[in-house]
Design a protein around this ligand. Structure first.
Ligand SMILES: NC(=O)c1ccc[n+]([C@@H]2O[C@H](COP(=O)([O-])OP(=O)(O)OC[C@H]3O[C@@H](n4cnc5c(N)ncnc54)[C@H](OP(=O)(O)O)[C@@H]3O)[C@@H](O)[C@H]2O)c1
Length: 319
């Protein structure tokens, strides 16, 4: 009954920042993005062969999905894949809040199916997971995954779907040099053994690992990401310098190496590209070779920063 296996790309594109309103200080990222430039991001991605776009209804409460739908509409639907999410905390009060949220996402994205639909977090695995089954049966959702779940929650979701002939086809968790909880909790190993793609989000720690931001040039003031990361930028310098120097040897930049690290660890990084040239970085990231010594050194420097970048929405993985 399960559909064809999900094929994970080398890199996926994330659009949380695309939900920012564009007004300074108003939005999670404090980014002033405009649709014309995001169209260029999509053009570059399309030309480079990157076609899996991750969003969620809660990114800008519909704005991210709306903009994404607008910029992708000139491509053939079969040329790109859409990944969006049901967020339990935003559930409505109808009979089937999952189906209702999906319908709204379909409408904003201007499509009649979602390639990869996620339960955004493990707020109530027993309650929400079964709602995915009719969506799979109807064909409105081609594949399903779970995000921010720990190992026992993944196994529970898999059991629920398994009873109907389906399965958890993808995992999406925070995974970066600075935050390796899913690795320490055995989730990466589990995915490798079960052949389940692991999608790593916030690989660049929302820009803090890009090397572009430092104490003199901090993340946009007034934004949520500035609040999280600006205080730790001085501790990150040794690591971002190392990312840059490894990159230099291969004609690449710090964020490309951070992305290449996530690829080398067997994951599909979801990178929140906001500028057309970020896509060039993703192309470079796909051809960077990191030695085991490079990886060990980067992880050692990351551990030595002593920072904890667990998002406010994330629970500890080691439970
Ligand atoms: N499932 C979940 O709970 C969850 C949670 C978080 C994220 N996600 C998904 O994962 C995606 C990625 O996470 P994220 O967007 O929060 O953070 P991210 O990918 O770690 O960082 C994105 C930021 O880094 C900068 N950037 C992006 N690409 C770059 C490049 N190639 N070179 C240099 N700088 C670059 C941009 O900042 P500037 O614009 O300032 O340059 C951008 O806003 C999200 O968009 C979303 O789709 C999922």
């Amino acid at each position: 009954m399960a559909t064809n296996n999900l094929k994970a790309p080398a890199v996926a594109l994330g659009t949380w920042a695309w939900g920012d309103s564009g007004e300074t200080g108003n939005g999670y990222f404090g980014s002033s993005l405009n649709q014309a430039e995001l169209k260029n991001v999509a053009d570059n991605a399309h030309a480079a062969g990157f076609g899996l776009w991750d969003t969620a209804m809660v990114y800008g409460m519909g704005r991210s999905e709306t903009v994404l739908g607008q910029v992708l509409k000139r491509f053939a639907r079969s040329d790109y894949q859409l990944s969006t999410k049901f967020t339990p905390q935003a559930a409505g009060t109808g009979d089937d809040p999952v189906a209702d949220m999906l319908e709204q996402s379909l409408s904003r994205l201007g499509t009649d199916y979602i390639d990869l639909y996620w339960i955004h977090n493990p707020a109530d695995v027993a309650r929400w997971t079964p709602h995915l089954i009719p969506l799979l049966k109807s064909g409105k959702v081609k594949h399903v995954g779970v995000s921010n779940h720990n190992l026992s929650e993944i196994e529970f979701a898999n059991q629920i779907l398994g009873e109907a002939g389906y399965r958890v086809e993808a995992i999406q968790n925070h995974y970066s040099l600075l935050y390796r909880a899913s690795e320490h909790a055995g989730i990466l190993d589990y995915c490798r053994k079960a052949g389940i793609p692991f999608f790593a989000y916030m690989v660049l720690e929302q820009g803090a690992l890009s090397g572009k931001y430092n104490a003199e040039n901090p993340l946009p003031r007034g934004s949520n990401r500035a609040e999280t990361y600006n205080g730790m930028l001085p501790q990150l310098k040794t690591l971002t310098d190392k990312l840059a120097s490894i990159g230099q040897q291969q004609g690449a930049a710090a964020p490309d190496v951070a992305t290449a690290w996530a690829i080398a660890k067997g994951t599909t990084p979801i990178i929140g590209a906001t500028r057309p040239n970020h896509v060039d970085g993703l192309v470079r990231a796909c051809s960077i070779t990191l030695s085991s010594d490079d990886i060990a050194e980067l992880e050692g420097l990351a551990d030595a920063t002593g920072v904890n970048t667990r998002g406010w929405w994330e629970r500890e993985m080691l439970v």
